[in-house]
Design a protein around this ligand. Structure first.
Ligand code: A5P
Length: 237
């Protein structure tokens, strides 16, 4: 059942909005439209998070509505699940055995195609869906390209809340970490709480080495990191 005729942010019973000004919106709209063109009837599509992914979900909804396509979306966050539901797409409750392709954004992309993700706090599911997809589209406009990974964004690290004091201490002891902060919420008191019921530490690195992703993941209490390396993807920009 289509909840409303999907056309643009701001519509629907929840007043579907991104919630903040979208940077580089024209470039992101163009990327969203070209991703939506890839969809074919019956496909299962992983949907990343961030404003580019949000615009892409809206574009997929428009195509599905106009052409009667049956598309199933595997969402990486609550906000993307709500957006997909609002524009009439099928929303998978669990990651199915076959994900034909996925799209997701990034906060930074370095010359070796290493990524920083997780500004939106959805890094755990983003990694699962990215890994599950048979083909990956990275929807990251040119503003996301950096020479040095970590130059503009800290690395988000998802942590079990019961272990956050110890994890904060452990991350602070990393050789190239200059600062670690607990991410605080905007519309709620206290820290951001993720879809998994966890909290986020943002670690500012002076240099990110090839070992740091694995070292973070090996730290007790750490459940996920926003450093994504070793993935093959097609970049749309
Ligand atoms: C979300 O957690 C991030 O990994 C996003 O992919 C990233 O923040 C991209 O954001 P925009 O598309 O809003 O630039």
């Amino acid at each position: 059942v289509t909840v409303f005729a999907p056309t643009a942010p701001g519509e629907g019973p929840l007043g579907l909005q991104w919630g903040a000004a979208i940077s580089n919106q024209a470039a992101k709209e163009a990327i969203a439209a070209s991703v939506a063109e890839r969809a074919a009837d019956g496909q299962v599509i992983g949907a990343g998070s961030g404003s580019t992914s949000f615009l892409t979900v809206l574009a997929l909804g428009r195509r599905a509505e106009a052409e009667g396509l049956q598309l199933t979306v595997v969402p990486t966050s609550i906000e993307i699940a709500l957006a997909a539901e609002a524009v009439g797409l099928h929303v998978a409750a669990v990651v199915p055995g076959l994900v034909h392709w996925c799209f997701d954004g990034a906060d930074e992309v370095d010359p070796d195609d290493r990524l920083i993700k997780g500004r939106g706090g959805a890094l755990l599911r983003e990694r699962v869906v990215f890994a599950a997809a048979e083909h990956r589209l990275l929807v990251a406009d040119d503003s996301k390209s950096v020479e040095r990974l970590g130059s503009g964004f800290p690395v988000p690290v998802e942590v079990d809340p019961s272990w956050v004091v110890r994890a904060h201490e452990a991350l602070g002891a990393f050789e190239h970490v200059a600062e670690v902060t607990l991410r605080l919420a905007g519309g709620k008191d206290g820290p951001v709480v993720t879809e998994g019921g966890n909290v986020l530490l943002d670690a500012t690195f002076t240099t990110i080495t090839a070992d740091d992703e694995a070292a973070l993941l090996a730290t007790p209490g750490v459940l996920g990191t926003g450093i994504f390396s070793g993935f093959d993807f097609e970049r749309l920009r």
